[in-house]
Design a binder for this molecule. Structure first.
Ligand SMILES: NC(=O)c1ccc[n+]([C@@H]2O[C@H](COP(=O)([O-])OP(=O)(O)OC[C@H]3O[C@@H](n4cnc5c(N)ncnc54)[C@H](OP(=O)(O)O)[C@@H]3O)[C@@H](O)[C@H]2O)c1
Length: 215
């Protein structure tokens, strides 16, 4: 049966796809007929995820600009196209009272949560989207609107991240040729039970990232 999403044969990059929401998204894209390239830092996790989605993977940190260039080159080499970018990788560190937060770790979080999504979109824009169009999906967070205790760094970074991801990839997604269209969307999950949300009180978790058979 043809996928109702019209994604059959398209190619996608999903960051932070070794577990949690990213893995669920990668699996959903693959199930809809897309070819998927996954990334995360842990090579074993990346290998497992690539196998699960029947796609390819490259281990590395999104904080490393060279990794983002290599990721883009790999997907273009293997798939010949990149139709979808899902900016999902993020960190909620440094966790704890802001008054105790190490500003250097705060800066690292901004690199992962704010700078990396822009860099990846720029790489893909230059390599594919500018000429052929495509879509960017930014996984943001509701936490930007109401920052809770101990997640001040994540919350403030998320506010910038939401804005950067929105403006970098929609306002500036201009002038593709008439035959192509480029667009972006952001989605802000509520509390989803994943390894990354394990620090949240159980009562605040409202959903699960469904992966694997029987989802
Ligand atoms: N879960 C929730 O309740 C919730 C709510 C709102 C928004 N979100 C957002 O949803 C997204 C995914 O959250 P999640 O709960 O699924 O997180 P998670 O379970 O912690 O998974 C994070 C994924 O990102 C990868 N990752 C982390 N740092 C990375 C880096 N520097 N470079 C490359 N990959 C990196 C991790 O693999 P490695 O450790 O191997 O790198 C893993 O694959 C995040 O953007 C988060 O802000 C989640």
């Amino acid at each position: 049966m043809t996928s109702p999403y019209g994604i059959e044969g398209r190619a996608a990059i999903v960051t932070g796809a070794s577990r949690g929401i990213g893995l669920a998204v990668a699996e959903a894209l693959a199930a809809a007929g897309a070819r998927v390239c996954v990334t995360a830092r842990d090579p074993e996790g990346v290998g497992r995820a690539a196998e699960r989605v029947g796609g390819i993977g490259l281990a590395g940190s999104v904080a490393d600009p060279a990794h983002l260039r290599e990721l883009t080159e790999l997907a273009l080499r293997e798939f010949g196209r990149i139709d979808v970018v899902v900016n999902n990788a993020a960190t909620n560190q440094p966790y704890g009272p802001l008054m105790d937060a190490d500003p250097d770790r705060w800066r690292e979080a901004f690199t992962v949560n704010v700078e990396a999504p822009l860099r990846l979109v720029q790489c893909v824009w230059r390599g594919w989207t500018r000429e052929h169009g495509g879509a960017v999906v930014n996984i943001c967070t509701e936490g930007a609107g109401h920052v809770g205790p101990h997640v001040g760094a994540y919350g403030t970074g998320s506010t910038d991240s939401n804005r950067t991801r929105d403006t970098a990839s929609s306002t500036d997604f201009r002038s593709p040729p008439p035959s192509a269209s480029a667009h972006s969307t952001s989605t802000s999950p509520r509390s989803i039970a994943t390894p990354g949300s394990a620090y949240l009180p159980k009562t605040t978790v409202t959903g699960t990232a469904r992966t694997g058979p029987g989802k």
